[in-house]
Ligand binder design. Structure first.
Ligand code: URA
Length: 216
């Protein structure tokens, strides 16, 4: 199931516009804040798909009936660009468990790349709702490798894969290899460059958040 949030009209479209804009994205603080705001909106949308159970709350004047989320959630992000998106999610889901994965592209001479996964810190995810954040879903290779590694941590009851921008190739990849995943994205772009950057995309999300790194 794909949820492309820019197919509807909402303020999310403005945040995404600013993140894509070659002028506005130069302001790295605004870029990170927009990424956080996308995270807040996406978390809220995902919250509508969780399980709830009835509860009562005592107010100064009596008791009210409420429906409270009952799932255990694990929020996992691929470093480094996932950090501001993660922060946005945490403002909505404030008491979840968290995982972090360092996955990066190691480029070969022929222009292809392998995904190197060097570090993962993650709680048990068995029977929990796993929300995996990777701001740019380009080929799907990072998500794929990450999810393979996370099999050691248990089998989640629900899997949500979240990106700010996805390519249609990346979406198809996730759908093919992880058919139960719910895919949440701010937009779906059609093309990838020869180096697997999304077109029109927004550029390098990690660099835009945190500055240019020394080597690829
Ligand atoms: N990662 C990015 O930061 N941008 C892309 O377009 C693809 C992967």
């Amino acid at each position: 199931m794909i949820h492309n949030l820019s197919t509807g009209k909402s303020i999310l479209n403005k945040y995404l516009y600013e993140m894509r804009s070659v002028d506005k994205q130069r302001d790295s603080m605004r870029f990170r804040i927009n990424m956080e705001r996308m995270g807040e909106i996406m978390a809220y949308e995902i919250s509508k798909h969780l399980n709830y159970q009835p509860a009562t709350v005592e107010t100064p004047l009596g008791e009210a009936n409420v429906e409270l989320p009952s799932d255990n959630i694990v929020l996992a992000s691929i470093l480094r660009a996932g950090l501001p998106l993660h922060q946005g999610f945490l403002r909505i889901f404030d008491d979840v468990e968290n995982g972090f994965i360092s996955a990066y592209r190691s480029h070969n001479k022929d222009g292809s790349f392998d995904i190197k996964l060097e570090y993962i810190t993650c709680p048990n995810i068995d029977g929990k709702v796993l929300i995996l954040l990777d701001p740019m879903l380009a080929t799907g290779a990072s998500i794929h490798k990450t999810l393979e590694h996370m099999e050691d941590y248990g089998i989640p009851s629900q899997l949500h894969v979240v990106s700010v921008i996805a390519s249609s190739q990346g979406v198809k990849h996730v759908q093919r290899f992880f058919p139960t995943a719910e895919i949440w994205t701010g937009a779906i772009d059609e093309e990838l460059t020869a180096k697997s950057y999304i077109v029109p995309g927004l550029g390098d999300a990690g660099d835009l958040c945190f500055g240019i790194k020394l080597q690829e």
